[in-house]
Design a protein around this ligand. Structure first.
Ligand code: DX5
Ligand code: ZN
Length: 225
């Protein structure tokens, strides 16, 4: 397994009127910033889209981890790659040919991620691991920040980690939803090595310190499972 955790604060929990400042608050402490794009079709919520990502990209150098919770990702995902995203993750439930879209994204110069929502079994997607750079396992139902972490979804993380090890792959295994100081260790022990945290970072008095704490907890749990 990769030895150092990725901590990716989600700006869904940030103050949208001060997005650049909110990113600056965590950019020295975090590895990626997680950008949740919602279209009110794939999920019953609407957040931000391409113009915001294009503007924000100019305001910081931290890598963008874009999480597309949208229908028709084939149409929109390449635009995020062109806007300079480091990683673009689309949902398995929204995509007919994930391998083809992952190829398109890689050709557009970004990493390709595949996300698996709460109610989707992982088994059919284990075969696709060699074609992606990031596998995101939702630990809630996608759509809203601030939900309660669902530990039963870590069985999927364990299954993915086993397959990554068996196949000797170098991909990031990301968890998203309810990740906080009291849940990150169990996610790390299950095999995750990239951690999205919205509320746990942006509702904290000191978001950068919250990131450092999450990193220390994840690091310890990854070294001594
Ligand atoms: C929800 C989003 C998450 C969200 C996580 O569908 O994908 O990234 O921001 O928020 P917390 O960490 O508050 O659960
Ligand atoms: Zn997300």
């Amino acid at each position: 397994m990769e030895s150092s955790p990725i901590i990716a604060p989600s700006i869904l929990a940030a103050d949208f009127a001060r997005l650049a400042e909110e990113v600056h608050t965590i950019e020295d402490a975090a590895d990626w910033v997680h950008v949740d794009v919602m279209d009110n079709h794939f999920v019953p919520n609407l957040s931000i889209g391409l113009p915001v990502v294009q503007s924000l990209r100019k305001a910081t150098s931290i890598p963008f981890d874009v999480h597309l919770m949208i229908t028709d990702p084939e149409r929109w995902a390449p635009g995020y790659a062109e806007a300079g995203a480091y990683n673009v993750t689309f949902h398995a439930e929204a995509c007919e040919d994930p391998v083809a879209l992952a190829k398109t994204l890689r050709a557009a110069g970004t990493k390709a991620g595949l996300a698996i929502d709460r109610d989707t079994p992982i088994e059919p997607y284990l075969e696709l691991l060699p074609y992606v750079d990031t596998l995101l396992v939702m630990t809630i139902k996608a759509g809203f920040g601030g939900q309660k972490f669902m530990p039963e979804l870590l069985d999927k993380v364990r299954a993915v980690r086993r397959r990554i090890s068996t196949m000797g792959l170098e991909i990031r295994l990301e968890v998203d939803g309810g990740i906080a100081a009291d849940t990150i260790e169990q996610a790390a022990e299950a095999g995750a090595d990239a951690f999205v945290a919205g509320t746990a970072v942006y509702a904290a008095d000191d978001p950068a310190e919250a990131v450092r704490k999450l990193r220390a907890l994840a690091q310890r749990a990854m070294v001594t499972p």
